[in-house]
Design a protein. Structure first.
Length: 162
């Protein structure tokens, strides 16, 4: 079991995404199987009323991001895209981002949902470690790849500062 000091650096800050962050985000996600968005994709999503972005910052440097959409009709928070810079992976950055999102479960949302490609085992394991469970297999749900619908429906206190 990991100790709290290993979960995340003490100086990680999770904050709302601002337009100046957008130019940095495509490079963070280029090695991942989550959607490869351009700067314009990020800008378009941020203009949407129901889509929100957060970034993780260490020493005033953006090292990760999370984009999510609020689906009020189904009481779901849907993860649209997230990534952590390769040099900062396995330091608890993604856990901090996901834990900040878990607070939505206290605001009337029933679950947080992510579609994860079958081929992206690291993302599956990360989400599982953060309290998500696979609830459905979607054939060809991620382009030509099958996908898992992963859900989290419980709130757990965060250890990360915001």
């Amino acid at each position: 079991m990991r100790s709290l000091s290993m979960m995340a650096p003490a100086d990680v800050l999770v904050r709302w995404m601002v337009s100046d962050d957008v130019r940095l985000l495509p490079d963070l996600a280029r090695d991942d199987d989550f959607p490869r968005w351009t700067c314009e994709d990020f800008r378009e999503n941020l203009r949407s009323v129901d889509t929100i972005g957060k970034v993780a910052e260490i020493n005033e440097r953006v090292v990760g991001f999370l984009m999510y959409r609020l689906d009020d009709e189904n009481a779901e928070v849907i993860i649209e895209n997230f990534a952590v810079a390769r040099a900062w992976r396995r330091h608890g950055i993604a856990t901090c981002l996901l834990d900040s999102l878990a607070r939505k479960l206290l605001q009337g949302y029933a679950r947080i949902v992510a579609l994860v490609p079958d081929s992206n085992l690291p993302a599956q394991l990360l989400l599982r470690g953060c309290g998500f469970r696979a609830t459905q297999v979607l054939r060809r749900g991620y382009g030509d790849d099958d996908a898992y619908r992963m859900e989290r429906d419980t709130f757990a206190p965060t250890i990360c500062a915001e």
